[in-house]
Design a protein around this ligand. Structure first.
Ligand code: ATP
Ligand code: MG
Length: 237
């Protein structure tokens, strides 16, 4: 197993409050890695630092031998580390197809765009049938699908997701997790931040538990699901 992306000693502060306190994470190529934890644990802060939207105060994010903490967000996207934004951040006054096209802005190989669009429409048939409609008219779950589809149009090598199941109805939650697994089976490496600990660990090969800015547990998804501390704190056991 090779490490595709390695986070070492990453710390992030808001003013003098340190929200992420020196964490180590390894993303293996082709795996889903889950980062789980309660409200305010620092999950979003860690993701935002990996994608360059927040500045790290210490530590490194190594990808292809380059420390991403030294790069600007658009340079990180161009290297293939692409975040699906929390709260979706789709453009509601543009059509579905226009939103998907926005995902391609940083791509160097424009040649594969048509094939990737076909793939995204195959993953999310509802996006194909609504492609000329305004994104703002999609349901919450469909907007989440569009946000994921847009990130896929950037041809990511690592996909970062911040709580993709948040606020969705149970059936839609199931559907989103099923599709993430399907995307992963094409070989795409995924870092999945979730409060839905059970579902996230079920589809993840590897997981980390974050508490108040520190990693307190890590292991295979299954080992964490079976861990009494995880059961007690996160699975209502
Ligand atoms: N912009 C900000 N300014 C100051 N403090 C912040 C800011 N954003 C987050 N924090 C604080 O940093 C800590 C980590 O927040 P973060 O949003 O990363 O947690 P999280 O694990 O993503 O939580 P949630 O599950 O609620 O999304 C919290 O104590 C939070 O209050
Ligand atoms: Mg968060």
């Amino acid at each position: 197993m090779s490490a595709l992306l390695q986070v070492t000693g990453l710390a992030v502060s808001y003013g003098h409050i340190e929200a992420v306190k020196g964490i180590d994470l390894v993303l293996h190529a082709g795996e889903i890695t889950a980062l789980v934890g309660a409200n305010g644990a620092g999950k979003s802060t860690a993701l935002l630092a990996i994608s360059g939207l927040l500045k790290a105060s210490r530590g490194a994010v190594l990808f292809d031998g380059v420390d991403l903490t030294k790069l600007a967000p658009h340079q990180i996207v161009a290297r293939g580390v692409v975040q699906v934004a929390e709260g979706r951040a789709i453009l509601t006054t543009l059509t579905v197809a226009e939103n998907l096209a926005l995902g391609t802005y940083a791509r160097k190989d424009k040649s594969g765009v048509a094939a990737d669009l076909e793939w995204v429409y195959a993953l999310f048939p509802v996006l194909r049938s609504r492609r000329d409609g305004l994104a703002g008219n999609l349901s919450g779950g469909e907007q989440q699908m569009l946000a994921i589809g847009r990130a896929l149009m950037a041809k990511p090598r690592v996909l970062l997701l911040d709580e993709p199941s948040m606020g969705l109805a149970p059936l839609m939650v199931q559907e989103i997790f099923r599709i993430l697994k399907e995307i992963n089976l094409t070989g795409l490496t995924i870092l999945l931040v979730e409060q839905n600990v059970r579902q996230a660990l079920k589809i993840a090969q590897r997981g980390y538990v974050l508490e108040t800015g520190k990693i307190v547990l890590s292991g295979s998804g299954q080992d964490l699901l079976d861990d009494p501390k995880v059961v007690e704190a996160y699975l209502g056991g």
